[in-house]
Design a protein around this ligand. Structure first.
Ligand SMILES: [Cu+2]
Length: 166
């Protein structure tokens, strides 16, 4: 009787981890406030891009509760965060309203989300807001920033306007 020899093949399970796909999702955030910025590459702004305050007009007197309308030329508004593919959409950003801010914050890193009474993020892509401020003079200024809240290069910053709240 002939003995049959079986060659048993040791099948080592090849576990391939899709590491690349996992790290891509790290900067994503549903609420538009992903301030994680590991290796953030500052986004460029196209030539001639301009942010401006549509309303109220510079020098106007407004009621205690008033609407601010944001304007943007030469770029698009996009909620904060990356696309499903893990990339930013070029030439887009979201507005930030600076209230009574004398000196612009550093424009090469994420705008703070710790002082909402001074720097308001509109990470859902809003183009207007209602404000309520105490009576007196106030300044308003817009700064556009990218998916990770970092202003573009060159920065897209509006003229600072002064209003009086009665
Ligand atoms: Cu922001």
């Amino acid at each position: 009787m002939k003995k049959r020899t079986f060659l048993s093949l040791a099948l080592t399970p090849t576990l391939l981890f899709a590491t690349a796909a996992v790290t891509q999702a790290a900067d994503k955030d549903k609420h538009g406030h992903g301030h994680g910025h590991g290796d953030h590459k500052r986004q460029t702004s196209p030539k001639g891009a301009k942010a401006y305050i549509v309303s109220p007009k510079d020098g106007k007197t407004v009621k205690r509760k008033f609407k601010v309308v944001f304007g943007l030329n030469g770029m698009g508004i996009c909620p904060a965060g990356l696309t499903a593919q893990g990339v930013p959409i070029p030439d887009t950003g979201h507005h930030h309203l600076l209230i009574d801010v004398d000196t612009l914050p550093p424009l090469n890193k994420p705008l703070s989300d710790q002082v909402p009474e001074k720097i308001k993020h509109f990470g859902k892509g809003q183009t207007e807001t209602m404000l309520e401020l105490p009576p007196g003079k106030h300044t308003l200024q817009l700064v556009l920033a990218d998916y990770g809240h970092v202003p573009h290069n060159p920065p897209v910053v509006s003229k600072k306007i002064t209003i009086t709240v009665k």
